[in-house]
Design a protein around this ligand. Structure first.
Ligand code: C5P
Length: 218
């Protein structure tokens, strides 16, 4: 087992795992890895170069060569802050398409491992506990019903002053979930060694408390 303590939080889109993971990391003084951002960055970089998201060879090469710097809230791609651009719904769809390509996942592996540093790491994504950090000391599968997740995403977009359509968001989440679950490599699923945290009827504070409690008892 690695000497760096790692907590993995996997789960479907818009389950709140990113917020929970960041809060847990801050509480413990650990680093934070948003692995979805790497897939989103790959999709955005491909789109900007007018590459086809399904062209595995070309996209995997791009993923391996991404010029990315995470600097606090800023995410620099080729020197430009794209923190907001990678949150767009189209980029999210592109991310789930490039994420289904095995060579793209392999190309991003070393970059994810590099985040593991003392005093510890909280990593969120779909395969953090299964593929990237299989030796993690605590593995959480954080989920919520599709309706609850769609409503959270809807409120988030409205809160940012963007236009949002609940039916379209629900359909989009369902197709992304299906793509994540059904892909051959690193599919999204709750593995037997992960603890289930269903946040359908739970606020963020409570979810953070639960993860911290599990961590204390490890
Ligand atoms: O978590 P987020 O919604 O930002 O992730 C965007 C997409 O990246 C997901 O829909 C999923 O397809 C992919 N992803 C993945 N493995 C991860 C993190 C994200 O396949 N560890």
């Amino acid at each position: 087992m690695s000497i760096v303590p790692v907590i993995t939080i996997d789960g479907p889109s818009a389950s709140g795992k990113g917020t929970v993971a960041q809060r847990v990391a801050a509480e413990l003084g650990f680093g934070y890895l948003d692995s979805g951002a790497l897939y989103r960055l790959t999709a955005l970089a491909a789109e900007r170069r007018q590459l086809n998201w399904r062209d595995e060879v070309v996209v995997a090469r791009l993923a391996g060569e991404l010029d990315v710097v995470f600097d606090g809230a800023a995410v620099l791609l080729d020197g430009n802050n794209v923190a907001e651009a990678i949150r767009g719904e189209t980029v999210g769809v592109g991310a789930s398409i490039v994420a289904a390509l095995p060579s793209v996942r392999t190309a991003l592996l070393a970059r994810q491992h590099a985040f593991a540093a003392l005093p510890g790491l909280v990593a969120d994504g779909r395969d953090m506990g299964s593929v990237v950090f299989p030796d993690a000391r605590l593995k959480v599968f954080l989920t919520a019903s599709a309706a609850a997740r769609a409503e959270r995403r809807y409120k988030q977009l409205i809160g940012r002053g963007e236009q949002a359509d609940l039916a379209a968001i629900t359909a989009d989440l369902e197709s992304r979930d299906a793509r994540d679950r059904e892909r051959k490599v690193a599919p999204l699923q709750q593995w037997p060694d992960a603890l289930l945290l269903d946040t359908t009827d739970m606020g963020i504070d409570e979810a953070v408390e639960q993860v911290l409690m599990w961590w204390k008892t490890r």
